[in-house]
Design a protein around this ligand. Structure first.
Ligand SMILES: C[S@@+](CC[C@H](N)C(=O)[O-])C[C@H]1O[C@@H](n2cnc3c(N)ncnc32)[C@H](O)[C@@H]1O
Length: 253
């Protein structure tokens, strides 16, 4: 099984939140799934609690699991400040054993892209099966790969995000480029951070395993899951070629 390689990218949860906290479109989707399938809920790779905390604020029993202290500590601080009760677990989503089963387990926001090899995916799905109630549901959210983005010109820079540095060092401007590694199906993205007036950019690697639609369905099927719904976006419209997302709801065979 390959080691994770995203520690550096996620070394400070404050930056992650400044880059992602304004994305909230997926939260109503998960609340609706919880209404249908029940609690307790387990979020794999919960990060800074961007989704976990708003769900817990509704009084729902939720456990957030992540491998990195840098993300979990920030999540814990935020939950404490908001007076919200979440069970936080530091663990690898490929190797965890909780004394508990869940009605809903979800892997949101492309987190599965951090699992680069078949062994990792098998191990994660096996842990999910062990922790899912017999009638429970597992949900994966992974984008619908765009060949245009994967194959774009690696010598060009594309804008990602801008925000004020949390330590007052000025404006952070992030741009990116990528090279798609066809054999390994890994999109090797580089994020370039220009911070205030500093002349040197900080460069971070983001290596994302790409899962094509039929492949993701087959991986789930051959690892013991029956797909019940495949949506193309958070509004629960069916998945089609032009859909931005692959939102798969499945249960154990
Ligand atoms: C894109 S972030 C998603 C965070 C959060 N779920 C959200 O939606 O904002 C990906 C997260 O995956 C976590 N991660 C990566 N590999 C992991 C693994 N093997 N086990 C558990 N968490 C992992 C990272 O620490 C990071 O917090």
């Amino acid at each position: 099984m390959k080691q994770i390689d995203c520690e550096h990218l996620y070394r400070d949860g404050r930056y992650y939140d400044l880059e992602n906290e304004d994305f909230v479109d997926d939260i109503p989707f998960y609340l609706h799934q919880i209404e249908k399938y029940g609690e307790p809920v387990l979020e794999l790779a919960c990060g800074t609690g961007r989704i976990t905390i708003p769900i817990a604020q509704k009084g729902i029993q939720i456990t957030g699991l992540d491998i990195l202290d840098s993300m979990l500590n920030h999540a814990k601080r935020k939950a404490t400040n908001k007076g919200v009760n979440v069970e936080w677990i530091k663990a690898d989503c490929r190797d965890f054993r909780l004394n508990k089963k869940f009605n809903l387990i979800f892997s949101p926001f492309n987190s599965i892209a951090h699992l680069h090899d078949l062994e990792s995916i098998k191990a994660c799905f096996s842990c999910v099966k062990e922790h899912l109630m017999d009638n429970g549901r597992f949900i994966i959210d992974f984008f619908n790969p765009s060949l245009n983005i994967l194959t774009r010109d690696p010598t060009k820079r594309y804008p990602v995000k801008e925000y004020p540095d949390p330590d007052g060092k000025g404006q952070v401007v992030i741009t990116e480029n990528n090279i798609y590694d066809v054999a390994n199906q890994i999109n090797r993205v580089k994020w370039y951070y220009k911070i205030g007036s500093q002349s040197e950019e900080v460069v971070e690697d983001l290596n994302m395993r790409i899962f094509y639609p039929q492949e993701l369905d087959a991986l789930l099927y051959y690892n013991g899951f029956t797909i019940e719904n495949k949506y193309g976006n958070y509004d629960e419209t069916p998945f089609i070629s032009a859909s931005p997302k692959q939102l798969i709801v499945c249960h154990k065979h």
